[in-house]
Design a protein around this ligand. Structure first.
Ligand code: NAD
Length: 319
């Protein structure tokens, strides 16, 4: 029998490594869109796609997965997830990744956008906020349709640490993290709650700042333990939460890296802030009232993104 052509919508995942593979797996299980996995390594995205299709018989999903080393199959994608790049190795800062991943993200974005002009792009590659700038420039899309995944993961980590500390269900914990995806991120404890009660009312100031610090170093903690590579389960699922919000037009309020144009006093920089995320991508940037300390921390974090953007400009100028 000929293979059935699917009338489902399409999500393309570029980079079929640990994070990209996890995104494909979790999306396949969700069963609402077909998935195209693209990688430069020959056979690898095809092998992972076939493996996942075979898992479908056990879990009962009909998602069609296609692996590719080129972009024909990606045409007409609704969402494009960019995870291609090299992952952070032990002892390597996110910033060390800058030069290599700049070239990779620029090239894949240019190749994918021409046949998917209406897609929403979710950038995952690190250093995250800088790679959002690269994808935004290369895509030529409006800022509403080029968004970075970092805050969802950082707040998931924050929630996990709060739940561990309090011995409560993660379901009752919500958390907010602002700023760039790096050591300068700004966990907002005042807006982080257990069953609606701010953690600043539930924990001592020492415990709150210990949890904030562990959150800010959450990625490095896992890199140190794994020794060969970085986290991918929670990053993959955090990305899928954003894909769900767009594909299912859920209008979730999630912290994401977006190009600010005056909001939070920041201009022309990708920085993590809460947004309303739906079918159109960024549907609203939500302005929180910050204390002067929180504003100063956000300013410092945006400054770190600005430094990366300037570093990229000088790399380009010297190329
Ligand atoms: N934003 C976040 O919060 C977050 C979290 C975790 C990881 N990351 C980042 O995500 C990226 C992927 O991490 P990973 O653990 O999956 O790494 P990985 O090495 O397992 O996968 C990356 C994949 O990209 C592929 N690739 C490289 N160049 C390519 C190109 N030109 N075209 C297509 N594919 C290409 C590689 O072959 C590899 O399979 C890294 O940059 C990592 O730092 C970000």
């Amino acid at each position: 029998m000929a293979s059935a052509s699917s009338g489902r919508r399409k999500v393309t995942v570029i980079g079929a490594g640990m994070v990209g593979g996890t995104v494909a797996q979790m999306l396949a299980i969700r069963d609402y869109a077909d998935v195209v996995l693209v990688d430069i390594v020959e056979g690898m995205p095809q092998g992972k796609s076939l493996d996942l299709m075979q898992m479908g018989t056990l879990l009962g999903f009909d998602t069609q997965l296609t692996g590719a080393n080129s972009y024909e199959e990606t045409a007409g994608s609704d969402v494009i997830v960019i995870t291609s790049g090299i992952a952070r190795k032990p002892g390597m800062s996110r910033d060390d990744l800058l030069k290599t991943n700049m070239g990779i993200v620029e090239s894949v974005t240019k190749q994918v956008v021409s046949s998917s002009p209406d897609a929403v792009i979710i950038v995952v590659s690190n250093p995250l906020d800088a790679m959002c700038h690269v994808a935004f420039d290369a895509a030529g899309f409006p800022r509403e349709r080029v968004i970075g995944m970092a805050g969802v993961l950082d707040s998931a980590r924050f929630r996990a640490f709060i739940a561990m500390e309090m011995g409560v269900s993660v379901e009752d914990v919500s958390a907010m993290v602002l700023g760039g995806h790096g050591d300068t991120m700004v966990p907002l404890s005042r807006y982080s709650t257990v069953a609606g009660v701010p953690i600043t009312d539930l924990l001592t100031a020492e415990r709150v700042s210990a949890i904030e610090e562990r959150t800010a170093k959450g990625g490095a903690e896992i890199v140190g333990l794994l020794k060969t590579g970085s986290a991918y389960y929670a990053p993959g699922m955090s990305t899928v939460e954003m894909v769900d919000a767009i594909m299912l037009d859920k209008k979730r309020v999630l912290p994401c890296s977006v190009l600010l144009k005056g909001e939070y006093g920041v201009n022309d920089l990708y920085v993590g802030v809460p947004i309303k995320l739906g079918a159109g991508g960024v549907e609203q940037i939500i302005q929180l009232n910050l204390t002067s300390d929180e504003s100063a921390a956000l300013k410092k974090s945006s400054g770190a993104v600005k430094e990366l953007v300037e570093a990229m400009a000088s790399i380009r100028a010297s190329a």
